[in-house]
Design a protein around this ligand. Sequence first.
Ligand SMILES: NC(=O)c1ccc[n+]([C@@H]2O[C@H](COP(=O)([O-])OP(=O)(O)OC[C@H]3O[C@@H](n4cnc5c(N)ncnc54)[C@H](OP(=O)(O)O)[C@@H]3O)[C@@H](O)[C@H]2O)c1
Length: 276
Amino acid sequence: MRSCKMPSGNEMPVFGIGTWRMGESRAKRDQELAAIKYALELGYPMIDTAEMYGDGGAEEIVGEALAGVRKRPFIVSKVYPHNASRSGTIAACERSLKRMKLERIDLYLLHWRGGVPLAETYEAFFRLRQAGKIADFGVSNFDTGDMEEAATLDKGLTGSDQVLYCLSRRGPEYDLLPWLRQRSIPLMAYSPLDQGRLLGNATLKKLAGDLRCTPAQLALAWVLAQPGVVTIPKSMTRERVKENLGAVDLKLSPDVRSELDRAFPPPKRKQALGML
Ligand SMILES: NC(=O)c1ccc[n+]([C@@H]2O[C@H](COP(=O)([O-])OP(=O)(O)OC[C@H]3O[C@@H](n4cnc5c(N)ncnc54)[C@H](OP(=O)(O)O)[C@@H]3O)[C@@H](O)[C@H]2O)c1
């Protein structure tokens, strides 16, 4: 599995499983746990979660799925903006570690910008990093202006910006993605299937048929073909967990990429960053 280097020098895998909407319902818990365990069995090298997901429930499922695994995946989690004060960030991280039964989170993100001054959150990130509780830190849902501001505080260490990016949401290509690339900060694309909405697109379906892959694999392979981009599709369905991993080995020809560009044109002007 390929990886992307973060400004700290640490590597982040290009592919992982997301966990939004997991840990919310007792009835679905076994299925969600089985999906994450299966992803790990198949060799998914990264899990994305957050204290927000299922109010800690998703992190608990992650912790359970990790019990007994031989090769620990790269773990990403996020702090709520309302917890992101100097002491609040540290306390939130400690709660996340406890729920996942971990000693260290590989990448810890501010979930989105809230009312707490960014300088306070970054100070907490530095302290957590120094204490070994996180290896890297970063942000999510930050547009270029927010990144510029973060760069004044980050000592060159912001590890990633996790944003909405997929074939039908290409806005970040206009300025955010080039800005991140210049600084070797990986963009982590969330909702790479546009939460499933993308998959009914006629062009995507036709091209996938021609390539003998599925629309989801084609959509994910397109995201993975963008330099400096990593992604974290979510599924709690066994077959789809396996199907999605198949995208990692799918290479897209220039002709296929041009057809996708015609169906999903790249942005011609600045678009405000989308958020789900
Ligand atoms: N930082 C943020 O603000 C933010 C926001 C949104 C998401 N995220 C992260 O990014 C992850 C991924 O985004 P997402 O969950 O919003 O959306 P997504 O990964 O684009 O799509 C997930 C949806 O697509 C379905 N799906 C997955 N694989 C499929 C396949 N092969 N064929 C058909 N349907 C498929 C899933 O259903 P089943 O589960 O039933 O298979 C689920 O309903 C999240 O789980 C979360 O970790 C972060």
